[in-house]
Design a protein around this ligand. Sequence first.
Ligand code: G6P
Length: 615
Amino acid sequence: MCGIVGYIGRDRAGSVMLDGLKRLEYRGYDSAGMAIMNGQGLETTRRTGRVAELEKALGNSPGGRLGISHTRWATHGDVTEENAHPHVSSDEKIAVVHNGVIENYLSMKKFLIEKGYTFQSETDTEALANLIAYHYAKEPEVAGKSRFLESVRKSLRHVEGAYGIAVICTDYPDELIGARKGSPLIVGIGKGENLIASDVNAITQCTQNVIYLNDGEVVHLQKEEFAITSASSKDVEAIIHQVDWDTSEAELGDFQHFMEKEIFEQPTALENGMRGRFSDDGSTAFFGGLNLSPRDLCNVDRILFIACGTAWHACLVAEYLIERYARIPVEVEYASEFRYRNAPLDKNTLVFAISQSGETIDTLAALREAKRKGYRTLSINNSVGSTIARECDGGIYQHAGPEIGVASTKAFTSQVMLAAMVALYLGRIRNLSFDQGTQIVEALKELPKQVREILGQSDHIASIAKKYAQAEDFLFLGRQLMFPIALEGALKLKEVSYIHAEGYPAAEMKHGPIALISPECPSVFLATSGGIFPKSLANMQEVKARKGPIICVASEDCDLPAEIIDDLIKVPESHDIVRPILMSIPVQLLSYYIALERGCDVDKPRNLAKSVTVE
Ligand code: G6P
């Protein structure tokens, strides 16, 4: 949430930051702003709306050797130019961009007003800018020390809440400071230039050398040097990581939207996620980074999955799969609920977080709470070096490539596939036979090809989307493993098309949502063959009897009476374990095409952000 880019170095601060902001826009797009030290002082430009508006306001190739910039997802205060970042202290010395929430900003503001500082905005960030200015004004000159750095450090000691910040000071045109607590911040080390950003994505056009800051750390950057200190002001020996992302992966290429690109990238994302993770005998999966031995895992009595949003739906699939194939009791909690609930957990509980970004604040906080209580923690995530990845005892990287579209697609199916592989792995060290294991491995290996087949039906799905695009309500219904996919289908549609949609277990429909059924409210049924199929069919009949249109996504071997289905999307027959992935593809495409029909901005849906780093 909120994107930050800071730059120090050559005479190209403005253009580098602008490029970075465009790559970070999925973190928030209410407004954007930039402050550049241009030789004559601080030049601040802010605009409401997209980064494109800021670009227009900045004009041709904004230069400068030092600057900070921001793309905002509003927390405190309306979407106005005054509330857009950077915020400048009332003495015009300090400029700050901030991601997070400063919880004690009101008392800070009161104190600062008494000291004569003035405020232009309703934001918490402006209080921090003025607080730094206040400490800076009082800070004595000490040879060999930066007054600026000392005043930032002092100010941060008074901050309650979460922050990722970048700060500049007009008296120090050769210094850039960053700090984090709770909100992500990385440092990019370039040649004759250094950067700060909230996400690796923003800086890969300049450097592949990255330092992941830890909570409480402050980085002091000059164009050729950097120094990191901990919360207790001790020097930190930084580890520089090499980012292996290819910048083109985060570009649109021939696609119209990132959501479309990422839906079509799923076969490759799945291949990358399973590569090198099957045993030589083809009967199980294994993961290099679990840091738990089979013996440790045999002692696990219960698994608790925690996540938010789409990743929470992946957890629900994991629950079905792990219980079914590994016979370990699983529970799924919203991370934000788990964190504040004093849940009694057995000491042999394993806490498993799923997070695409690895930065979602609620998931991170829940994980920390679990760690504090002494539970072992693992994660599935897509961002190498992210905070969750670093803080877990072990984990599994998705290798799905950067996901830019705000509505998660390839990250979700990749998480579900890895959950299936975890179920296989845990099952094989407990109760699954060699034959059962090889069948599952075969099914997983078939998956990318089957997903390609479904993607080949995109025109058919687009024509169905056209037919229903003007509906204002949708139901998504499925049983068992299809229930989480029904939830995900409803969420996807809601997110990108603003149509009200609800996901339900198909049988539960009779306990409420059936009241919504009408010729104007389509139901998307997710039906797979097997024991439960006749029950799903009965639910479809119930909808049809009330004249509700039915779009059915069904496995090829389902015997469906033509008269009750209005529109049918078939997916290849497969092993049960991969069905949630296959059935997800048509619902993603349906949402995408419906949103296009309605003229919605699919990659930047209103009010949403890709990475939610505030509670
Ligand atoms: C936001 C995104 C969702 C995502 C959720 C959790 O709401 O819009 O797409 O599922 O955060 O994010 P995470 O990075 O933890 O998977």
